[in-house]
Design a binder for this molecule. Sequence first.
Ligand SMILES: Nc1ncnc2c1ncn2[C@@H]1O[C@H](COP(=O)(O)OP(=O)(O)OP(=O)(O)O)[C@@H](O)[C@H]1O
Length: 210
Amino acid sequence: MLEVKNLAKSFGNRQILKDMNFSLADGEILTVVGPSGAGKTTLLRIIAGLETADAGTMLLGKEKYDLSGEERGAVGVVFQDFNLFPNMSVLENITLAPQLALKEDKETAESKAKELLEKLQMADKGSLYPYQLSGGQKQRVAIARALAMQPKMLCYDEPTSALDPALRDQVADLILSLKKSGLTQLIITHDMDFAKKVADQVLEVKPLEG
Ligand SMILES: Nc1ncnc2c1ncn2[C@@H]1O[C@H](COP(=O)(O)OP(=O)(O)OP(=O)(O)O)[C@@H](O)[C@H]1O
C-alpha cells in the first residue's frame, strides 16, 4: 500500500503542491489529472525520489520515507519519452540497473529480462537497438526496464501521449495485467478515456493561486 501525507513543494517562492494526502491499496491504480503546469510531473518526481519535497512522508509497503530527503528505491518510473539508452540493445537497457544496483550477475539479469520481454510480447526484440523499435515497443522496453528493478510501485508520465489509439488500448491492457499481479501504479494522463479505463482513483492536481 501507498500512503502520502502532507506533501508540499515550492520552487523559489512559488508554491506548486500544498498539503497533498492520498492513499492506495496494493494493486490500485491512481490517475493524476489536471491542467498543464499544475504540478503533476513534480508530484511524480517526488514520489519516485527524483525530486525532494519541502515536507511530507510516504509509506510504501512497510517502508516509511521522508519526502524531503531520503531515496525512494522501490518506485519505478516510465518516462514520457521512454529515456532508453540509445547505444545499448534492448537486453542491455533492461539488465544494466539490476546488475549495478541489485548486484545481479549478468546471467541472472538476462534470464529475468528475457522472461519480462516474453511477458510483454517482445521476446524476439532483445538484440535490437531503440532506434529499431516503434513507439509502442520502446514503451514496453521502458516498462520492462522499470519492472526489472522489482519495484513495489510504478509511475508513468503520460504513457499514451506518443501512441496511436490501438496502441493506447494495448498499454491499458498491459497496465491492467500488471495490476493483477498486485503492482501499485500512478499514471499522469490527459487522456480521459484511458483514465476511465484503468483508474481506481483519480487525483486532480489544481494550480494554486498566486
Ligand atoms: N526544477 C524546477 N524549477 C523551477 N520551477 C519548476 C521546476 N520544475 C517544474 N517547475 C514549475 O512547476 C510547475 C509545475 O510543473 P510540472 O511539470 O509539475 O507540471 P505538470 O502538471 O506536469 O504540467 P504538464 O501537464 O504540462 O506536464 C510549472 O509551473 C513549472 O514551470
